[in-house]
Design a protein around this ligand. Structure first.
Ligand code: HEM
Length: 450
């Protein structure tokens, strides 16, 4: 079989971990530029193969998907979410995905649009002209409210929202292939491990409370997110029914709802934060976005119908997820030896597919650092390979929440853009890797009434 791909030399034991830990984004860009298509490096003991060729990415995610499993970083996160959709594999994953799919149909998602729009409007109701807000934090709270309403069918009070948002953050950090963690056992009483354990306990308590509330409202009849006369199709209700049929162990039900809270709020909040940042940095694009909202939405409350006509806003969102993909890399573990880019990649290594590198490659994008929403008009996107852009992954494990996120993001942009023009006031945007790509510092924005 073919030989191993080239890559940067690392130190024994830690490999290239130090460079990665210092600034994962700079490290990935540098190795992506230096080595074409596929490169090998070591993150601690993890033999990592980073693949940047869209054709090979397609093979991993789609055509040869059955040769790979999800890669899970560490036992703690596996114990917590291992049975949920994001991390499970094989038959268990397929059963959970089949069970969850009805909560994500187009009709059901459109049906939540008015709730999303209302929650967004309520969330910004006290913003005043001249206020400075930590936009990423505000949007994280807003998206927690939305995901709780959609997945649990109940509306969370402000305290619950705050608790969920604050405690999800240490969980997200556990997903990172943090080389330091490789060297410290997960049971060691480090501050991070203690925080993680405390966060898990708190969140499990919140989930139990929300489920109890939901059980109560099911007995009381339909809510804002369930239709009269139909079995409620929020995920919690679907899973509770499966539990009653004996098809959903308690632990799996919790894992699934925890997964949805985690996967379903932070990603969307980040996509929105980076879009607002880029619109602020590009005032012409922002003016066009505002003009579009005035024309399509006018004085109405934004709804699902409006979002279908927000073409420029849609392109701005796509362009933002190109430059700042909330999920900046996905990982797989080959179950057998595979061949990628002409090289041999061994079973049980780590295959890394980095949106961050591919989305910013000159091979697919002219002036890749420029924010240019018009890249997404059909004539210009036609010539690009399918996997030159994959913010939601691809193949059978593509994001189940894509339509949900897309609708929510457009509604929130419409609610905000209708009323406010937002100016980014710093600090200079620097990024930090976690499960998702976070700003290092809060993203402060000044609110101007339009
Ligand atoms: C802009 C927002 C979002 C982005 C960028 C995003 C990105 C992704 C990506 C890249 C994957 C694939 C991971 C992989 O292949 O390893 C994924 C999977 C997943 N996402 Fe999202 N996501 C977003 C919003 C959401 C929302 C709103 C939900 C839930 C309501 C959600 C739930 C999930 C779940 C459960 C999976 C695992 C699916 C499976 O393996 O069957 N995501 N997401």
């Amino acid at each position: 079989m073919a030989s191993s791909p080239p890559g940067p030399k690392g130190l024994p034991v830690v490999g290239n971990s130090r460079e990665y830990a210092k600034d994962p984004f700079a490290f990935l860009t540098a190795v992506g530029e230096a080595y074409n298509r596929i490169v090998r490096f070591d993150l601690g003991p993890l033999e990592t193969y980073m693949v940047t060729d869209p054709v090979e990415i397609e093979r991993v995610l789609v055509s040869e998907d059955d040769r790979y499993h999800k890669l899970v970083f560490g036992d703690a996160i596996d114990d917590l979410l291992g049975d949920g959709l994001l991390l499970s594999d094989g038959e268990q994953w397929q059963n959970q995905r089949n069970l969850a799919n009805p909560a994500f149909t187009a009709t059901r998602i459109q049906g939540i649009a008015d709730t999303m729009s209302r929650i967004a409007a309520e969330h910004v109701a006290d913003w005043q002209d001249g206020d400075e807000v930590s936009m990423d934090r505000e949007l994280a709270k807003l998206t927690v409210k939305v995901i709780v309403a959609a997945m649990f069918g109940v509306e969370a009070d402000d305290d619950t929202v705050e608790t969920v948002q604050e405690n999800l953050e240490p969980l997200g950090q556990r997903f990172e292939p943090d080389p330091r963690r490789v060297l410290v056992p997960e049971w060691a009483p480090t501050q991070e491990n203690r925080e993680f354990a405390a966060a898990v306990e708190t969140l499990e308590g919140v989930i139990d409370d929300l489920l109890e509330q939901r059980q109560g409202t099911i007995d009381d009849g339909p809510t804002a997110v369930s239709e009269e006369g139909e079995a409620p199709m929020d995920l919690a209700s679907i899973l509770l029914r499966a539990r009653e049929r004996g098809e959903q162990p308690e632990s799996q039900l919790r894992d699934e709802l925890m997964t949805m809270l985690l996967a379903g709020h932070d990603t969307t909040a980040l996509a929105l934060s980076y879009t607002l940042y880029l619109l602020s940095e590009n005032p012409e694009a922002r003016a066009r976005h505002h003009a579009e909202i005035d024309e399509v939405v006018g004085d109405a409350a934004p709804d699902a119908r409006h979002t279908r006509q927000l073409g420029f806003t849609d392109r701005a969102l796509s362009e933002s997820m190109r430059l700042y993909p909330p999920v900046y890399a996905v990982f797989r573990e080959p179950q057998v030896d595979v061949k990628l880019g002409g090289y041999r990649v061994p079973a049980e290594s780590a295959v890394m597919l980095p949106q961050w590198v591919v989305h910013r490659s000159e091979r697919w994008y002219d002036e890749p650092e420029q924010f240019d929403p018009e890249r997404w008009v059909p004539e210009r996107r036609r010539d690009r390979p399918r996997f030159a852009y994959f913010p939601f992954g691809g193949g059978p494990r593509h994001c189940i929440g894509k339509q949900f996120a897309d609708l929510e993001a457009k509604l929130v942009l419409a609610v905000l853009g209708k009323q406010f023009s937002l100016d980014y006031v710093g600090p200079e945007l620097k990024l930090r890797g976690s499960l998702t790509m976070h700003p290092q510092e809060p993203m402060t924005m000044r609110v101007n009434e339009r």
